[in-house]
Design a protein around this ligand. Sequence first.
Ligand SMILES: Nc1nc2c(ncn2[C@@H]2O[C@H](COP(=O)(O)OP(=O)(O)OP(=O)(O)O)[C@@H](O)[C@H]2O)c(=O)[nH]1
Ligand SMILES: [Mg+2]
Length: 272
Amino acid sequence: MRRVDAAAKLSVSTATLIRIFSARRCIMSQTNKILVTAATFNEMENLPRLVEEIFHYVPEADVLVIDDNSPDGTGRWCDRQRAENPKLHCLHRPGKLGLGTATIAGMKYAVENGYRYLLNMDADFSHKPEYLPALLAGMDPPGGPPIDVMIGSRYTPGGGVEGWPLHRRLMSRGVNLYARWLLGLRPKDCSGAFRCYRTETLARLDFDSIRSRGYSFQEEILWRLKRLGARFGETPIVFVDRQLGVSKIDSGEALAALRIIFSLGVQNLLRR
Ligand SMILES: Nc1nc2c(ncn2[C@@H]2O[C@H](COP(=O)(O)OP(=O)(O)OP(=O)(O)O)[C@@H](O)[C@H]2O)c(=O)[nH]1
Ligand SMILES: [Mg+2]
């Protein structure tokens, strides 16, 4: 009898050990989960190759496409592909609701689904997937404090822009100076979307307070994260003007972005 008890005890403790080990393995794989997000509107010419390249450079990642009912069928392509690849996820929104809100949708998805890192990029190959490993590596520098947002930076030594006419270069530089000065931001490139975020830091944001629907989102989120004490890093990227498809930025959206940055600047000055 005593021998049976001992055997039962042994098997219970073995089962418990197995459970503990598998739970730990699960937690470890959870905490290292990586999500790459790309918002799309009419990116059918770019998305298939982009998804392939993302999985090539970060095979351990999941990919989330946030599509705004693209008339060219980008969202339908994502659904078809998803049937063959469970690491690809598709979020569909009813119409073109803006890049800012699409990025927020991706951030909420990352927080809700327990990803540790969120890598965000444009879907038009201006952000080359080959830089993804450097962005990830920058998050936990050896011997240094962890980083909350790693920025793929055009304006840090080694970075640059290819294919933009002079007026576009000047505009981008001007917007960066304007935002850095008004919002007190330190990074050299505050307007690019190519970034890696630590999801637990994003989880501290009040997403409902974000005012930008469109392009000023990139500056606004840095400003809000800075107010939470977030640490920023930059790694150089060479941004390449899109080769396929058309730009979605228009002068109305660009002006709205300048207005929002200005009013956030006033709020910053008043420390509200
Ligand atoms: N879901 C969604 N994606 C968008 C929206 N507007 C732009 N995008 C996507 O956001 C990314 C950046 O948009 P672009 O049109 O390339 O804008 P940009 O990079 O600022 O401008 P360009 O230099 O002209 O390329 C691309 O992947 C677009 O498909 C939108 O309203 N909704
Ligand atoms: Mg672009």
